[in-house]
Structure formats: C-alpha cells, structure tokens
Design a protein around this ligand. Sequence first.
Ligand code: NDP
Length: 241
Amino acid sequence: MGRVALVTGASRGIGRGVAMAMAGAGYAVAANYRSDDGAAASLEAEAGVGTFKWDVSDYDACEAGVAEVEAALGPVEVLVNNAGISPDKFLHKMAPEVWRQVIDTNLNGFFNVTHRVIGGMRARRFGRIVNMASLSAFHPSFGETAYGAAKGAVVSFTKALARESVARGVTVNAVAPGYIDTDMVRVAPQDWLDNLVENVIPAGRLGTVGDVARCVLFLAADDSDFITGATLDVNGGQLMR
Ligand code: NDP
C-alpha cells in the first residue's frame, strides 16, 4: 500500500474526487466528512476508501479523528485540507454565528487538523500538505467577506507553514480553484451559471473535480519536494495573477 493520505470534507464534491483519485493512484486514503453518511457509504463502496466522521471545526474531534485514522492506517503522510462551507451573505446581513462558522471551518479547521499531523511529519522527515484555497482568496465575490477572508488567510497560512517546514521534508502548498461543478456552486441560479460560463470563464466551462484532483496529486507526489509555499490556480483562465 502507498502513503497514507487524509482528505477532509471528502463525502462530496472536490474532496470526494481527490479521495477517489488518490485511492486510484495507490494511496491508502482516509476520507473525513461531517454529516452525509449516505455519500460516505457510497464512497467506501465505490473506491474502497475508509471514511471517518468528524467536524473539523472542533479541535477535540480532530484530535480523536486523526488518532482513529492513524490507528487504522498508520501515520498520516499526506494531508489535504479541503473541508469548507460557503454560506455567502452581505456583511450587513451576516449573523455573527455565520461569520464564526465560516472562519471556524474554513480556517480554524485547517489549523485543527494540521496541528495534529505536522509534528509527526517533521519527526519522520516527510510530509505533504495541500490546502484548498479559492479564487476568492484573491478576488472575492459579493457576499464573500467571511469566505474570502478565510481563503486569503489559508494562502498566508500555507506560505508561513511552508517556510518553517521544508527543511524537515514537509512541503505545504495550496490549490486555488475557480468555479468547480459541485453542490457548492450548483446552489447558484442556472441563468447566473450560464452567464458565468459564457462571459466570465475564458475556458467556457465550469471546472471538474478531476481538474482539481490532478493538481493535488501533483503537489502530493514524493518528487514534488522542491515546490512549497505555492498556490496553484485552477480556474479556466478566469483570474491570472
Ligand atoms: P461541497 O459543498 O460540495 O462539499 C463540502 C464537503 O466538505 C462535504 O463533504 C462536507 O461534508 C464537508 N464538510 C463541510 N464542513 C465540514 C466540517 N466542518 N467538517 C468536516 N467536513 C466538512 O464543497 P466543494 O467540494 O465545492 O468544496 C470543497 C473545498 O473546495 C472547500 O474548501 C471550498 O471552499 C473549496 N472551493 C470550492 C470551489 C467550487 O467551485 N466548488 C471553488 C474554490 C474553492 P458533509 O456533506 O458530510 O457534511
């Protein structure tokens, strides 16, 4: 069996696609999720991936969850921080609980899981961490004050952790997807999505989970060891930084 990879938020969407691609590439994959037991069961059945249910915004749950993963599969060597939510609202209409929920999941959740695995990676002199950022880190849309703030912080978190980890064999990179065809994007009205595809995304289509998964596989590879602190854009040309 290949290296042990933990993917958070993997019952649906991008995380699921990443978990399936990594399993297909020979990794021993642990797929974390929060609530969708049916989707988790189908992932187990389809890809033979072990699923582990906990909320990444809860530090104690992350401690217990990572311990459970490591007892089942061995030390986590690759971490894909992917779990995220986007309950977008204009700031003047945003309840404080929503702000906190977004930051607790999309930023603190990345800390919570990373904090449980980074020490072991450093001690073993090998680790790959891939953080799911977003185009919104650089160009947030209307309603994305919390989401954009969290994703912008993920990019800085990635750089800072990369700097202090690379000499211990641990690389830390981010992927910044544009609009990817998942439940998160499908909540938007169809006419809005049609306009996006026709007039905003130069590639003329939404991205697929496969488009993102292949970037994660590249950054997670053993021989990607000279790439760290980078953020890889996957957005069909929508934003060229
Ligand atoms: P989806 O809404 O399709 O799926 C989200 C996944 O995250 C689900 O598996 C969900 O689990 C899980 N999840 C949510 N909250 C938690 C939590 N607190 N603890 C554990 N798991 C959780 O989202 P996407 O696949 O579209 O997005 C995945 C990541 O990619 C996010 O970080 C998102 O911000 C980012 N992204 C997405 C883009 C897109 O266009 N789709 C663009 C840019 C970035 P469950 O269903 O079991 O609750």
